[in-house]
Design a protein around this ligand. Sequence first.
Ligand SMILES: N[C@@H](CCC(=O)N[C@@H](CS)C(=O)NCC(=O)O)C(=O)O
Length: 221
Amino acid sequence: MPKVIYYAPFSPPARAVIITAKLLNLDVELKFVDFSKKEHLSEEFLKLNPQHTIPLFVDEGEPIWDSHAIICYMVSKYASDDKLYPKDLLTRARVDQRLHFDNGVLFQVIKDFVNRNIYGGESEFNPKTIEFCKNSYGFLEAFLEKDYVNGDSMTVADVSIQTTLITLHKLVPVEEGTYPRITAWMKRMSSIPWNDENEKGAQVLVDRINSVMKDNKKKSD
Ligand SMILES: N[C@@H](CCC(=O)N[C@@H](CS)C(=O)NCC(=O)O)C(=O)O
């Protein structure tokens, strides 16, 4: 049975799932979900994911969603070793913590921009969102004591955080002087597979935010 990833390039978590599949050399089919046509709200999609989010992974006919659940599942099921998602319980707990940080903190900054500047009619970045973003960068800077977000080797937490960060960096630049460890890590992480597409996908989201903000400004002038 084919393995299918439902995705759109703008989506950081969808990019994390695609990159993990590439790291594992998984043979997957990519199905583009067109948000401009509201395909994520179609009856067919809602049957698979009532929460109507991408990414969605269908493996052996079974739907799994939330990128963090998907990437851990992919490694646990298909990797030849446990490097990307270590089995050692303490190490795993720390990797899980970073994954929850991505989901509950960093990605929420992006959602704040999207909710305010795409759906909320705001024509400027809200100073509180920028503050929230910089606080999150501060936490990440502290995690990066070694080369990766949890120690010396790359895990799924790096992949997950990187796809969020590559997007946020285009909205609130990660300044090297303030965040030297994040800057070095971002360079390190730029060698992951599919990074050009990852970067282009991030730009799609940022262009959309900027263009809606311009329209919001015209309306308010
Ligand atoms: N925590 C989820 C977030 C998924 C998510 O919010 N995806 C967005 C696109 S980046 C989406 O599908 N939004 C559509 C909706 O919520 O209706 C994950 O990591 O998969």
